[in-house]
Design a protein around this ligand. Structure first.
Ligand code: ADP
Ligand code: MN
Ligand code: MN
Ligand code: MN
Ligand code: MN
Length: 402
């Protein structure tokens, strides 16, 4: 009897300790892990192979590669279980992945690498979700245009409940938008450490990340990738999204690229795509950008990027990302999505021409993808960059050939 009494008294004490012990374990785990992560393994490289799944999200798995064979031209193709990614039937489940770009792995010190791949059937056909192949075909043969892209990726951070954005009171709302955009202070900046860690990790990896800023909606952030030439823009954007998810995993925070994460008077998340060709960047390039008539005596046939974009507006809108449809049901002037517009320094237009283009007479344009109001209601942050960049390029390059 005395023995069982002791046990009974000990049990509740153990139960009460369970939660703090678990928290302790997780912290210790992270600190101790560093020791192992820093162990050298000369001659061998860990290669994390990345691919894009049926939802446009990046998945990955790792293999050991002889250090002498860790370059893009020598890395082997590989495969994954497509039936687990909704990309292949169970009875023929292998998806073949081919290395397309290599970056330094910011999560594994040393010579370890991230390997971006694209996806094929065993017969060698690109998967329907392999939009990279179609994009490279659109860019091919027009290298003299030297297309540059700078993509502004917005994203929204949530607690792991996926309901409460970071910094928001549970079940309630923070103060109205206004102080949060580029704001500093514990009452308005939520998740800066994630933005900072991601910025450094991208720089380390060799991604052309060009900046970052806090967004209008609290808990929402932006970073920019570019300018990158051609297909590299979409490649680097996809890898930057993967790095962001890995950083958020470390911080125990949920990140979404949903274009309208919170209904109501809260900004959506966009992905402005800044674009230029060699012609636009050269002196006098303004004529290649807008619809201004050629000066007297000049050749009548001029490339007119904006006219071309306007002519194909609805085709572009249809391809510019899931969430377009969801926003159409909203109350924020979604009808205007069917209108094409452009203007200098005007953020309420489909296409914005930066003020510097007006001043310098050359430069680039910003495809905002759809008309939004001045409150920054912008396009899909979950857009497929292979589709978007190659489509903008094709539209403008076709115009150049007319
Ligand atoms: P915004 O003023 O719309 O917020 P950002 O500064 O966020 O613009 O992003 C502009 C992006 O455009 C950056 O990634 C930048 O590197 C890129 N960019 C700059 N010049 C060019 C150019 N000539 N062609 C394409 N992209 C460019
Ligand atoms: Mn296995
Ligand atoms: Mn921006
Ligand atoms: Mn922004
Ligand atoms: Mn912008």
């Amino acid at each position: 009897a005395p023995l069982s009494l002791v046990v009974q008294r000990a049990m509740p004490a153990t139960t009460r300790l369970a939660t703090p012990r678990m928290a302790e374990f997780v912290e210790t785990d992270a600190a101790v892990l560093d020791r192992y992560m820093n162990l050298p393994h000369p001659g061998q490289v860990q290669a994390e192979y990345l691919w894009i799944d049926a939802k446009g999200e990046v998945r990955s798995k790792c293999r050991t590669i002889d250090a002498k064979k860790a370059s893009l031209d020598q890395l082997p193709s590989w495969n994954y279980d497509g039936s687990s990614c909704d990309q292949a039937p169970g009875e023929d489940s292998e998806v073949i992945i081919k290395p397309r770009a290599v970056y330094k792995d910011p999560f594994r010190p040393g010579d370890n690498i991230l390997v971006l791949t694209d996806t094929y059937t065993p017969a060698g056909e690109p998967l329907p979700t392999n939009t990279r192949t179609a994009a490279t075909e659109r860019f091919a043969g027009r290298e003299d245009e030297v297309p540059w892209f700078g993509i502004e990726q917005e994203y929204t951070l949530f607690n792991l409940d996926k309901v409460t954005p970071l910094g928001w009171p549970q079940g309630g709302f923070p103060g109205a938008q206004g102080p949060y955009y580029c704001g500093a202070g514990a009452d308005r900046s939520f998740g800066r450490s994630i933005s900072e860690a991601h910025y450094k990790a991208c720089l380390y990896a060799g991604i052309a990340i060009s900046g970052t800023n806090a967004e209008v909606m609290p808990g929402q952030w932006e970073y920019q990738v570019g300018p990158c030439v051609g297909i590299a823009a979409a490649d680097e954007l996809m890898v930057s999204r993967y790095i962001l998810q890995r950083v958020c995993e470390d911080f125990g925070v949920y990140c979404t690229f949903d274009p309208k994460p919170i209904d109501g008077d809260w900004n959506g998340a966009g992905c402005h795509t800044n674009f230029s060709t060699e012609k636009m960047r050269k002196a006098g390039g303004r004529a290649a950008i807008d619809t201004a008539p050629p000066p007297a005596g000049a050749r009548a046939k001029r490339p007119r990027a904006i006219r071309q974009l306007g002519a194909r507006h609805s085709a572009h809108i249809a391809a510019y990302g899931e969430g377009n449809e969801r926003r159409l049901t909203g109350k924020h002037e979604t009808a205007d999505m069917n209108t094409f517009s452009y203007g200098v320094a005007n953020r309420g237009c489909s296409i914005r021409i930066p003020r510097s283009v007006e001043a310098d007479g050359c430069g680039y344009l910003e495809a905002r993808h759809r008309r939004r109001d001045a409150r920054d209601r912008r396009p899909s942050s979950n857009m497929d960059p292979y589709v978007v960049t190659s489509m903008i390029f094709e539209t403008i390059a076709d115009g150049n050939e007319e």
